[in-house]
Design a protein around this ligand. Structure first.
Ligand code: IPM
Ligand code: MG
Length: 355
C-alpha cells in the first residue's frame, strides 16, 4: 500500500514523540512492504512564529491531500497571552473543523503492568476498557462567542449549539462502535439543566432504537465524573458533547496510569483522520527527551487501523507496546526509578516489533 502521511509535530514535546512514532511507522512499512511518504508541516505555536497563523493554509491543504495526519501537540506559555489575536489551540480547532472530523475516539485500556501507576486502587482499575467518543466540531467549542459592553457591565457569551444531524451522526457512530465491543452505550449529558442536552437525549433515544442489541443508558455529566473514579470498569462506550468529552476524557485517561499513554483518533465522513496523543505539549519537560512517546505511537496504530485499513499492522504496534512495557521499560511519568528516555522507549517498541 502507498500512503501519504502528514506529520504535524507542533510544540513542546510534540516533535520528540512524533519522531519516535515516525520510526515505528517506517519499521511497519518495511516489514509489511508498504510505502509511506511523510511530509512535515507547521501547526500551532511554531506556525504562529513562522507564518503568523496557527493553521497555515498550506498545512490544511496538505492535510486535505493526505491519507492521514499525525499530530504531536500544540501550545505553550510563549503563546498564552489571553489578549493574543491568535493562539496555537485555534490551529487544532481549525484543522478538526476544516477536515470535518466530528468524531473523536479516545480508547482507555489498562495495561496490567501499569496497575501500580494508577491513581486508583489496582483492583478498581483492573479490566478497565472503555472508549470515550467525543463530539468534536460542535457544542460549546464552536457556538457563538463574543464580548460586549452593556450598561450593566462587560458581558461575555459562549453558546452550546447543535444541529440535530450533528447529534445523530455521533450517537449513531457510538452505537456502531458499541456493537463491536461490549454493546453498552452511555450517553452523557446535563439534561436536568440544559436544553441542548434535552434534545441530545431525545435524539439519542431515537437513534438507539435502531440498535436493539446495544444497551443504552443516560448519565448526567457530574455523576459520570464520579462514576469514572468509583466504577470505571462499568463503562463501555461513552458518547458526549464536545466540552463534556474534553473534560471526561482527561479524567478517564489518567485512570490507567499516565496521560502519556493514551492515543486518539479524530474521524469524519471519509477515511482521512487526524491522530494525536491525548496529552498536551508539556512545556515543562519539552526538549529534555523524557516524554512518554507511547500515546503517539499508539495513535500511529489507530492511524493504520482507521485511515489505512491496516488492522494487522495496527495490532503489531499495540502488541509491541505491551511487550516493551512487559520488559520493564518505563518513562519517567510511569516510574521515578530507572526511567528510560523518549528515544529509549521508542527503541524498546521497535525491538519488540522486530522480535
Ligand atoms: C484536547 C485538548 C484541546 C481541546 C485543546 C488543546 C484545544 O485539550 O484535545 O483534548 O480542548 O480539544
Ligand atoms: Mg483536552
Amino acid at each position: 500500500m502507498q500512503a501519504k502521511i502528514v506529520l504535524l509535530p507542533g510544540d513542546g514535546v510534540g516533535p520528540e514523540v512524533v519522531a519516535q512514532t515516525r520510526l515505528v511507522l517506517e519499521a511497519i512499512a518495511k516489514r509489511y512492504s508498504h510505502q509511506f511518504a511523510f511530509e512535515t508541516h507547521l501547526m500551532g505555536g511554531i506556525a504562529i512564529d513562522e507564518t503568523g497563523e496557527a493553521l497555515p493554509a498550506a498545512t490544511l491543504a496538505a492535510a486535505k491531500a493526505s491519507d492521514a495526519v499525525l499530530l504531536g501537540a500544540v501550545g505553550g506559555p510563549k503563546w498564552d497571552d489571553p489578549r493574543a489575536k491568535t493562539r496555537p489551540e485555534m490551529g487544532l480547532l481549525a484543522i478538526r473543523r476544516g477536515l470535518g472530523l466530528y468524531a473523536n475516539l479516545r480508547p482507555v485500556r489498562g495495561y496490567d503492568e501499569l496497575l501500580a501507576s494508577s491513581p486508583l486502587k489496582p483492583e478498581r482499575v483492573a479490566g478497565v476498557d472503555m472508549l470515550v467518543l467525543r463530539e468534536l466540531t460542535g457544542g460549546l467549542y464552536f457556538g457563538k462567542k463574543y464580548r460586549e459592553d452593556t450598561p450593566e457591565g462587560r458581558r461575555v457569551v459562549d453558546t452550546l449549539e447543535y444541529f440535530d444531524f450533528e447529534i445523530e451522526r455521533i450517537v449513531k457512530l457510538g452505537c456502531e462502535l458499541a456493537r463491536g465491543r461490549k454493546k453498552k452505550l452511555t450517553s452523557v449529558d446535563k439534561a436536568n439543566v440544559l436544553e441542548s442536552s434535552r434534545m441530545w437525549r431525545e435524539i439519542t433515544v431515537r437513534v438507539a432504537e435502531q440498535y436493539p442489541d446495544v444497551t443504552l443508558e443516560h448519565q448526567l455529566v457530574d455523576s459520570c465524573a464520579m462514576r469514572l473514579v468509583t466504577a470505571p470498569g462499568s463503562f463501555d462506550v461513552i458518547v458526549t458533547e464536545n466540552m463534556f468529552g474534553d473534560i471526561l476524557s482527561d479524567e478517564a485517561a489518567v485512570l490507567t496510569g499516565s496521560l502519556g499513554m493514551l492515543p486518539s483518533a479524530s474521524l469524519g465522513v471519509g477515511k482521512l483522520g487526524l491522530y494525536e496523543p491525548i496529552h498536551g505539549s508539556a512545556p515543562d519537560i519539552a526538549g529534555k527527551g523524557i516524554a512518554n512517546p507511547i500515546g503517539t505511537i499508539l495513535s500511529g496504530a489507530l492511524l493504520l487501523r482507521h485511515s489505512l485499513g491496516l488492522e494487522q499492522e495496527a495490532q503489531a504496534i499495540e502488541k509491541a507496546v505491551g511487550r516493551a512495557l512487559a520488559s520493564g521499560k518505563r518513562t519517567r511519568d510511569l516510574s521515578a526509578e530507572n526511567a528510560v528516555s523518549t528515544a529509549g522507549m521508542g527503541e524498546a517498541v521497535l525491538a519488540a516489533l522486530e522480535s
